[in-house]
Design a protein. Sequence first.
Length: 399
Amino acid sequence: MPFDVMSVDFMPWIELALRWLHVITGIAWIGASFYFVWLDNHLEKREGLPPGVAGDLWAVHGGGFYNSRKYLVAPPELPPNLHWFKYEAYWTWISGFLLLCAVYYYGASIYLIDAAKAALQPWQAIAIGLASLAAGWMLYDGLCRAPLGRNNAMFGTVWFLILCGFAYGLTHVFSGRGAFIHVGAIIGTAMVGNVFFVIIPNQKKAVAEMIAGRVPEARLGAEAKQRSLHNNYMTLPVVLIMISNHYPMLTSGGANWIVLAALAIAGLLVRHFFNLRHKGEQRWELWAAAVAVFAGTMLFVHSREAAPVMGAAPVSFAEARALIDKHCVMCHSAHPSHAGVTAPPAGLDFTRDAVVIQNAKRIEFQAVTNTTMPLGNETHMTAVERATLGAWIAQGAKP
């Protein structure tokens, strides 16, 4: 049988390639960020170092010995080969933005728009998403350049509150998944903006000054180091958001922005612990606080789940079956009718009664407890319908 290229659905393959690239470049960028902060905190100022050297470090890895030095401003002479760390950041953002376009903008009606929150057209939702990225960078960069930016603790607090504001606003406009990913994109845009607009330009200015025979300004290095430190603290919240779509208990519900903020705090505490540990400070209370915040968030999420109303009127399987047929089988069937869906998600064919009954708890988790299905609530499943489906499951999910 001849191969028909027109029959191939290329979007899943495009998404796979972009996601793979995003993960690879993200590992390289975050790994470099963590390493250089670690290196900076482990440098030793000892006798015998040349003038202008802030400290050095001896390390062993992979069977080899390495000696790293950091200059307070710049070395007396520029070496012939100078390695730059920038393309990891650029390609992480580029691949992430293209993935955002491929999944959440191309599939805006499914993954981005929640008709129960705002009846947006795809172009309107995309415009709001892009505007949030631009606004996030302008606010962040403006704060860095303002007097507040000279106080890292105060700056971090204000920037965190601004991000909470974005999270609150976006979760009331977009689907939970769509809102979370845009908060992550705002943070990622600020991080790559630091590299593109501040860190690399300042390094280039320093190199140009040295080539011209002048000593670079110490300010250039200090500004770049501060932005690099900001990036270091923002990495763990971004990684959390990258994996959040796998955990609908995080992205669903009216208070999901609080869940995101709380887990971000846990990540910041962990990052701060390691940054201090690299300096020789053992602050185990930070780990304890992070674990407490994580556990408290878990309890908060599950406290929002409504207890089954055991005294509710009996719901027949026929009623549940009608709701499944109305809201689920366009995707969850052997031959899905939904555009872009070529196979039933998770292999679950809900046209078969036995599959529905066997997976009643999974249905409850996705459609009743977390309200993440149908995606984007594009079938306009009502609260009453969700409660009815939940009652059937609570009463034993009987055929």
